[in-house]
Design a protein around this ligand. Sequence first.
Ligand code: DXP
Ligand SMILES: NCC(=O)COP(=O)(O)O
Length: 272
Amino acid sequence: MHPPRILLGVNIDHVATLRQARGTRYPDPLQAALVAEEAGADGITVHLREDRRHIQPRDVRLLAEVLNTRMNLEMAVSEEMLALAEEIRPAHVCLVPEKREELTTEGGLDVVGGFDALVGACSRLAAAGCNVSLFIDPEPEQIEAAVKLQVPTIELHTGAYAEAPVGSQAAQQEHQRLTRAALLALEHGLVVNAGHGLNYHNVEAIAAIPGVNELNIGHAIVARALFVGFKEAVAEMKRLIISGQEAGLVAALEEHDHEHEHGPDCQHRHLH
Ligand SMILES: CC(=O)[C@@H](O)[C@H](O)COP(=O)(O)O
Ligand SMILES: NCC(=O)COP(=O)(O)O
């Protein structure tokens, strides 16, 4: 049986970055969201940062009214953001770490260290009807803590993989780390999403990881849209994700056949 297609969440933060650069009314992230949906986005992701460098609270409120798919609101664990999520009740909330001075989200949430604060935040969000996800590094202890917290979903931070040159040993190592983390999380019954820094050159290998539910991608799509238009940029990404997933399925089948023939300890073929 064919597993469900990997979903694409299109992050529109950087449409707002361009708007905020000049304080204009355009480009409008709402317009981008609707075009992305037309092009096949399965959901729209926005990160309302404390410093409001791109998405604004007004964007989030308006998106909640107009989206045809579903919103994934990325947010820090703060009273202000929890109150907003309780007001808007997005379908998905992804809790992320935030530093004011960072250029972008540098690492995953420390679920182990911040466990006690997360208990209250996750239960408030669940009570508001939100599917809660934790944006974490692909580390076993973070996954175990997410399991203990009883959240339904995690999003694996792919930043370290994305920063490594495509095809390099470092990229392969990060890919292995992500694959092992995804497997562990799936064994625990978590829904596994992934994202950060994914682009048209590195996305297929991530889509090939068995069992991944959704990829959240923003910066690369917005950048590509400058040259091919937003609709085509989303559609191209969607095609790559599907082809990556198909390649992963073929590789898994080959691996399975090989193991069947030569036994599980044979070292001759391994994907990454
Ligand atoms: C959590 C995450 O990975 C994204 O939301 C990303 O952070 C958005 O872009 P910026 O980090 O540039 O705000
Ligand atoms: N959670 C990751 C995300 O939403 C998009 O990150 P990026 O593609 O803008 O790096």
